[in-house]
Ligand binder design. Sequence first.
Ligand code: SF4
Length: 168
Amino acid sequence: MIKFWKKRIKLGTLTEDLEFDTQLNEIQKEIKDHVHKKFAGSLAIRMVDSGSCNACEAECNALSNPYYDLERLGIYFVASPRHADVMLLSGIMTFNMTPHVLEAYKQIPEPKWVITLGDCPAMQAPFDKNFAIKSPAEEHLPVAHHIAGCPPDPKEIIKGILSFLRKI
Ligand code: SF4
């Protein structure tokens, strides 16, 4: 038992990042403010997978949990590009998916923005360019912001969304 407590005290709390908790409050406040001013309180994101391994999507799912709680900030993931303001693009832009990505982009009403998520669409992942891979996405679409990582964790994604909102 003593051994357990010694280890517990030495390592501290591993499941929570208390420093980030404070930072997150600030990030959320600023995001809510930008969404209110620039998108009348509601920013719709259409996530498009152009050939990913799904890890980027899994990290994105965490943004809807009560800790990050994107919906409380006015950011929603929508099922149709016609309802979206922003395309959040993950994946390596495969030969087969590229035309569908471009079609989805076409369907988003103006004004619209593209954020690339993860190293794949920026062609920084461990893939070589070949006939099946059409990355980088910026050769096909006007990319407004890139969130790096393989996969980027929810902290990086929420910080990335804030950087995008500051930019526009
Ligand atoms: S960036 Fe990494 S985690 Fe994301 S889709 Fe590509 S390989 Fe998967």
